[in-house]
Each structure stands twice: as C-alpha cells, then as structure tokens.
Design a binder for this molecule. Sequence first.
Ligand code: SDX
Length: 431
Amino acid sequence: MSTERTATLTVDGKTVEFPVMTGTHGNDVIDIRTLGAKTGLFTYDSGFLSTASCKSNITFIDGDKGELLYRGYPIEQLADNCNFLEVAYLLKNGELPNATQKSDFENTIKRHTMLHDQMTKFYSGFRRDAHPMAVMVGVVGALSAFYHEALDFSDAEHRSISINRLIAKLPTIVAMAYKYNKGEPFMYPRNDLDYTANFMHMMFGTPCEKYEPNPVLVRALDVIFTLHADHEQNASTSTVRLAGSSGANPFACISAGIACLWGPAHGGANEACLNMLEEIGDVSRVGEYIERAKDKNDSFKLMGFGHRVYKNFDPRAKLMGKVCAEVLAELGLENDRLFKLAKELEKIALEDEYFVEKKLYPNVDFYSGIVQKALGIPTSMFTCIFALARTVGWITQWEEMITDPEYKIGRPRQLYTGTARRNVPAIEQRP
Ligand code: SDX
C-alpha cells in the first residue's frame, strides 16, 4: 500500500495535507485520521457513501465492473470449482485448502456441529410462530453463555476454536429454528454427510425415515452459501466490526450482525422480494409496480433491485439466476409462476429508463427467494440462510479487525444540530 501522494485541504485560510493511500484494487483513500487534530473539523458522511472504515485483505467489490473477489479469486470461479467449506477455509486463512487441509477442516467442523444439549431449551422459550431471525439473534448470542473457556481473543487458538464453533453450529441453530417453528423434532447432525447435505438433513429429515439429500439440490444450496459468504463492509459486517471493536465476544458480535441483516433493505430483501412477487401476482401487473417503484411519493422499492456498490449487475445475481434455473429444472418446475414473473420483471425493469439512469440492477436477493422456495425453504427462513452463510464472512472480518495492530474502538462523531446551551427553568416557569 503506497502513500506518496497527498490531498490538500484549505479551510479558513489554513492549508493542511493528508496522505492518499492506494490499495491493491479499487478506490484510493485519503487518510483523514488527523483531520480533527489539525483543523478542528470532522467529515460528514451519513450512510458512509464515501468512507473506508478499515483496510481489509478479504473481499473486493468493483461496483462498476460487477466484480466480486474473495481473497483475490472471482466469485464465478469459486462457485464453479469449490464447495462452501473450501470457501470458508479460504476466507478464514487467506488461501484455498489443499486436499489434506480440506479434509482436516471438514472433520474439525463436523466435530462442532452439535449444540450443548441445554441450549435446546432456549427454543421452547419462543412462541412457535416467532420469526426465525428473532430466534437466531437470541440463540447465537447465548452461545457465549456456554463457551467460556475459549474467549481469550489475543490467543489465536481460542479465536480459531470460536470461529470453528460458529461455522459448525449455525446450520444446526438454523435447522432447529425451522423444526421448532414446524413443531417437528430436532434432527441431530449426521457426520456421514458433508456440510450442506447435513444441513438439509437437519432441515427436512425426520426420525421416521432416512433422509437422502438430492445431490443436485445440495450443490445448489452449497453455491448459494458461497454467494452469500462475504461482501466487504456492508451494514451487517460493519455492525460486527463495530461490536467487536469494544472487545465483545464473537458470539455476541455475530448476533448483532444477524440483527442488522434482518432489515428488508439488507438481508431481509430476499424474503421481501418473494412477498413482492406474490403481491404482483401476474405479469400484467408488473408495469403498475415498476411505476410505483419510480414514484417518489410511494415508499415502494423493487425488492431485489439496486445496490450501494454495484452500479452494474451484481455478479451473484447472475449466478443465482443460473442456480435457480438448474433447481427448477431438476424439480420439473421450469414453468414456475414466480420464476417466470421474476424473469419478466427483470426484463422490463432493465429496459426502463429510470432503472437504467439510476443503474439499478438485480442484486443477490432477486432470485434467491425463488430458488430457496423451490428447495422447500419457507420464506421466513430465507434471511436465516443468508445469515448462516454470512457468518463465515462476519467472523473472518471480526478476526481481521481484532488482529489489526491499528485497531481502536469504533467511535464516530457527529454534527450537533440540537438546541443551543440553556439553563434549566424552575417548574413554574416552564410553558
Ligand atoms: C444486500 O451492502 C451490501 O453489500 C449488501 C449485500 C450484501 O451482500 O451484504 O449486497 C446484501 O443488502 C443487497 C441489497 C438488498 N436490498 C434490496 O434489494 C432492497 C431494495 N434496494 C434498495 O433499498 C436500495 O437499492 C439499497 C438499499 C440496496 C441501496 O440503497 P442506496 O445505495 O442507499 O441507494 P439509494 O436508496 O439512495 O438509491 C439511489 C436511488 C434513489 O433514488 P434518488 O433518491 O436518487 O432519486 O435509486 C432509487 C432510490 O430511490 N432506488 C430504487 C431502488 N433502489 C434504489 N428505486 C426503486 N427500487 C429500488 N429497489
């Protein structure tokens, strides 16, 4: 990373210079950490449209090119050539595993898939119809109540144990939330199955008969996990980093990330997108909803469209569309009503000048709801699937943050626009 260039700022007749930092790819940044001390001024960037909150080696996004790299590898190549646990190993360690490392990592994860049996009692404290994301926020946060002994995060081994526990247990926690909601018995993990097949076993299996996962559907869900694994400094990852910067334990930080992801503008968009497609109902009504999305007086947004960074196609949306077609073909649902409606909606939106001018393209959430529904996953579980996969990215970003020698507790400032200083009046003088 080079810093020979500088940016000059002149305010009130005073000129100060700040180093410009250049990374491997993407936008250069102005290092303004001394701005307050040198000028008494803060920057204002509500929503962080132009703010780099950290340096990171993990994920790179080029929004103009529609490019996504995990540790330098294009998402398209990872989706085609690796499984999710290989991608998790890559994100966590910086390199893809060789055959021995892959086998060892898979075996390590298998050994941590069970929950402490007492944790199963947490579920009975929730209403059966509780949103599963509410259950996940609670149960994941409660993991720190069970894993005291490996919480010294200056110790790489302790960090690794906690990271492996989270990667291993999230599928179990998600599947248990689904089973609890359905009123079916929890299914214990099966160590004879790989990560994603085991998840489908815990979701769709019952004690009454042996569940044999369909390998085409397992592969499809595994790719969906890979597409959701990490995505630079999005809202939920920034939440995990900020929570972790206070020294909070990783389980609590991931719980905070889950809470943030739940929002419909973020990870909740896949659930919202499917609900939107159900509401539109028929191709004949697509135009009406496109007009609503363009109407400034209507809060309706086309769910699954638009992105803060991608001003071109989200590469994950293209891959998700491909996975969706494969799953529907495998299940004989090529004429799925919602899929055909989504394809028509995408076509019309991409030809509309409003969407073209604002560079609004389908994002990762546009097709993920349709394919998950076809896989038998209920709408309310879509964001849980997102959280399961994104836990790998979150926990990797958390570890990068706490092992960064420059890291400090995150503490943004503000522009105060409230009432000027005043004295408290006696009660009889108050209006
Ligand atoms: C995810 O950050 C990440 O990386 C997130 C994510 C990840 O992997 O972590 O990629 C996952 O969150 C994907 C996004 C899922 N959300 C949705 O699909 C919800 C619908 N999309 C919008 O809410 C919106 O596009 C956002 C929230 C995704 C992005 O919002 P921005 O960057 O703040 O952009 P904006 O809302 O300011 O939109 C810019 C303009 C606005 O119009 P103007 O004020 O300039 O006139 O485009 C309009 C918006 O009104 N616009 C839309 C729109 N998205 C933006 N208009 C209609 N429909 C939409 N979907």
